[in-house]
Write a protein that binds this ligand. Sequence first.
Ligand SMILES: Cc1cc2nc3c(=O)[nH]c(=O)nc-3n(C[C@H](O)[C@H](O)[C@H](O)COP(=O)(O)OP(=O)(O)OC[C@H]3O[C@@H](n4cnc5c(N)ncnc54)[C@H](O)[C@@H]3O)c2cc1C
Length: 389
Amino acid sequence: MVDFTLTDEQKDLRELAHNFAEKEIRPVAWDYDRDGTWPQEIIEKAWEVGLMNTHIPTEYGGPGLDYLAGCLIEEEMGWGCSGIGTSLMCNGLATAPIVIGGSEETKRKYLGMLAEEPKLASFCLTEPDAGSDVSGMRTTAVKMGDQYVINGSKCFITNGGYADFYTVYAKTDKEAGHKGISAFVVDRNLDGVTVDKKEDKLGQRASNTATISFNDVAIPAENMLGEENHGFKLAMMTLDRTRPGVAAMAVGIARAAFEFATDYSKERVQFGVPIAMHQAIQFMIADMATKIEAARLLVWQSGALLDQGKRNTLASSHAKRFSADTAMEVTTDAVQIYGGYGFIKEYPVEKLMRDAKIMQLYEGTSQIQRLVIAREVLMPRRAAEPAAA
Ligand SMILES: Cc1cc2nc3c(=O)[nH]c(=O)nc-3n(C[C@H](O)[C@H](O)[C@H](O)COP(=O)(O)OP(=O)(O)OC[C@H]3O[C@@H](n4cnc5c(N)ncnc54)[C@H](O)[C@@H]3O)c2cc1C
C-alpha cells in the first residue's frame, strides 16, 4: 500500500520546524543575507528545541529520527532561509560517515559531543583540484606508529570556520585513485589545523564556507572511519543519506518563492486586473506548483527507502537533481512574476534565486546526479539491495 499521509508525530515535527523557521529565521533572514551574518544565536536555539542532529541515534544522545522526518525539517528550514538552514543541517553531513563507519568509541565521543552541546562539525572532501572527481585529491594521511599524519587543504567547507571537528578524506594510497582514499575524524584544536579563507558568496550568505588546511596534523589511528582505502565508498554512502535532505531544502526554497509569487500576482494590477488574471502568469504558477509537488514526492521516496533499509542511490539522485533544478526554475519564475521589482533587493525573491543556485552545485552537481542516474539506469543493481551500512 502506498500512503502519503504523515503520522501525527511527523506532522508535529513539521509544525515545530515551520514555527521555528517562521519565528526565528524568517525575521532576520534577509538582513543576515545582506551582511553575511553568522547565525550563532539561531544555531543555539535550534539545538535547544531539537531541530539539529536529528539522525544521531538515541544510544549516543540524539533523537534518532528517521530520514523522512529529517526531510520534513529540512524543507521547513529551506523555506525559512536555506543559508541558515545549511548551517543548521551540516552536522548531519559531517556525522553520517561516523554513524556508518565509526568505532563504538568514536561514535560515543564525537556524536555524543554534538548531542551534549550546540557544537558543529564539517565534512571535508572537496579540494581545489578535486571537486566532482574526488579521486584527484592531494591530501595525504600517512601511518606512523599508532597515528596518521595528515597534510593537505580542503576548500568550500560548510561551517568550516566554526566546526569543532572535521570528517576528512585523504589518500592513504596515492597510486590507487578513488580506491586509495580513507576517512578520518580530526579535532579542530589540534596543532597544524588552520582555517585559511572565508568565501564571499552569491547566495546562502549566512552560511560559512571556508578553506581548512592540515599541516602535519597527527591523529590517533583509531580516528579512521571504516577500513583503510574504503573512504570513497563511505563518502558515497554518506551522500546517499544526505541528498534527500538537501533536496528537501531545495523544495523549501522553491515553496517560499512560489508563495511570494502567488501572493504578489494577486496584488499587482496591470492592464486593469491583478496579473494573476493573465493566463501567462497562471500557467507559470501552475508549472511551479506541479514541479514543487513532484520534487517533494521524489524527496519523500528517497527518504522512505532509507527508512526501509533499502539502497536509495538512484532515488536520492533523482530527488537531488530534480529538486535543485526545480528550485532554480521556480525562483527564476518568481523573479519574472515580480517583474522589475523581482530584481530589486527590497523585494524577497532575488535572494531566493541566488540561494537556489547552490542546490545545483553542492553535494554533487546536477551533472553528476545525471551521471549517477544514467549509471543506475543503464547498469541497474538489484532493486531490493539493502542500504550498505
Ligand atoms: C557554498 C558551498 C558549500 C560547499 N560545502 C562543501 C562541504 O561542506 N564539504 C565539501 O567537501 N565540499 C563542499 N562544497 C564543494 C562542492 O561539493 C563542489 O563545489 C562540487 O562538488 C563541484 O566541484 P567543483 O566546484 O570543483 O566543480 P568541478 O568539478 O570543477 O565542475 C565544474 C563543472 O563541470 C561539470 N562536470 C565535472 N565533471 C563532469 C562530468 N564528468 N560530466 C559532466 N559534467 C561534469 C560540473 O557539473 C560543473 O558544472 C561546497 C561548495 C560550495 C560552493
